[in-house]
Ligand binder design. Sequence first.
Ligand SMILES: [Zn+2]
Length: 81
Amino acid sequence: MRVDCKHVWEHISAYIDGDVDAALRADIDKHLETCEICSAVLDSTRNVVVLVADGRVFELPAGFSHRLHERLEAELQSRET
Ligand SMILES: [Zn+2]
């Protein structure tokens, strides 16, 4: 299966969490090898995840995945309680 950039972005947070199946992971890996845009997205997404793990406040890059944003907000709220 061929993945395009949008497809990678939809799954990027699950990809970082190791939450995608092996076939999809392999497709994304292959795409990342040849796509500078998605490599940059992956890097910045990882940076965001690291900041959350540190318990720091952060801003998501403009236009970023709504799903990821929701997920991060839920995570921050669960830390406060
Ligand atoms: Zn791409």
